[in-house]
Ligand binder design. Structure first.
Ligand code: NAD
Length: 263
């Protein structure tokens, strides 16, 4: 199905689990209810921001040090071997780019940058991490579990007295440069994504439950346009009815095999 067609990949959190970054909706995770930070909550509540940054201080090094896995690398191979035009990723971890993939559109932004909500000036997350540590020299996280989105589960007591740095230029509020729940994908970015789908002759979805409409809309439109859709994912997805081919499997195994066969 994929051979000889100009291909677009849509990726989700499932491609990064084998790099040690958790997703939201793996079958074994479904018992655990976890509510991600919403945009309004972050903007309105100083406590919510403190809670976010204290967890992010702990969670960021794991994201920063994560390495691309066999699934990311197989997509790089496919880009060389077949007409793989680009990747729209819902991930915010930068692992496709670190693996060497070209034309990657980060639909939901990146954790590698924080941006001022007032003057829009960006700051590298690594520099911001240093400022977080400097402002909170006595912070001791203890044992923690990494949660999705570079977040981490910590006892509430850790948040008391935690200080959050402000924008270096205007002292405004800083937010990770990612699209939070309750926020829209910026218009120009979405238009770029639609153009990528327009050019494509087939869509390959990897590691996404497609529960979030932001990702599902590409599957819905591809299927409306009569373009074949293949899905590789462990467990069911919202797009299964739209798919021409559906493979239930581990991406670190299926994608290298696919890259091999597609030659
Ligand atoms: P999701 O958690 O809803 O779905 C991930 C899917 O991948 C699940 O169905 C799971 O069973 C499957 N999966 C997990 N590991 C797999 C593997 N090794 N092989 C094959 N399948 C595997 O993720 P989503 O659809 O991307 O939506 C989550 C949202 O949260 C996105 O919008 C994204 O921005 C954000 N997020 C990003 C990251 C990241 O950057 N790595 C991590 C968590 C969440």
């Amino acid at each position: 199905m994929l051979r000889g067609r100009r291909l677009l990949v849509l990726s989700g959190a499932g491609i990064s689990t084998e790099s040690g970054i958790p997703d939201y909706r793996s079958p074994e995770r479904s018992q655990r209810s976890r509510r991600p930070m919403r945009y309004q909550q972050f903007v309105r509540s100083p406590e919510a921001r403190r809670r976010y940054w204290v967890r992010s201080l702990v969670g960021w090094p794991r994201i920063d040090q994560a390495e691309p896995n066999l699934g990311h690398r197989a997509l790089v191979h496919m880009q060389v071997k077949v007409d793989l035009d680009g990747i729209i990723t819902q991930n915010v971890d930068g692992l496709h780019q670190r693996a060497g993939s070209r034309n990657v559109l980060e639909l939901h932004g990146t954790l590698a940058v924080v941006r001022c909500l007032h003057c829009r000036v960006p700051e590298a997350r690594s520099a911001f991490q240093r400022r977080l540590l400097e402002l909170n020299p006595d912070f001791r996280p203890g044992r923690i579990e990494l949660a999705p989105d570079g977040d981490a589960d910590l006892p509430r007591a850790q948040e008391d007295g935690f200080r959050v740095p402000v924008c270096l230029r205007c002292r405004g509020l800083l937010k990770p440069d990612v699209v939070f729940f309750g926020e829209n994908v910026p218009k120009d970015r979405l238009e770029r994504a639609w153009k990528m789908l327009e050019r494509a002759e087939a869509l390959l979805v990897v590691g996404s439950s497609l529960t979030v409409y932001s990702g599902y809309r590409f599957v819905a439109r591809a299927s409306q346009q009569g373009k074949p859709v293949a899905i590789v994912n462990r467990g069911p997805t919202r797009g299964d009815a739209d798919a021409s081919v559906r493979i239930d499997g581990k991406l670190g195994e299926v994608l290298p095999a696919l890259a091999e066969q597609i030659e």
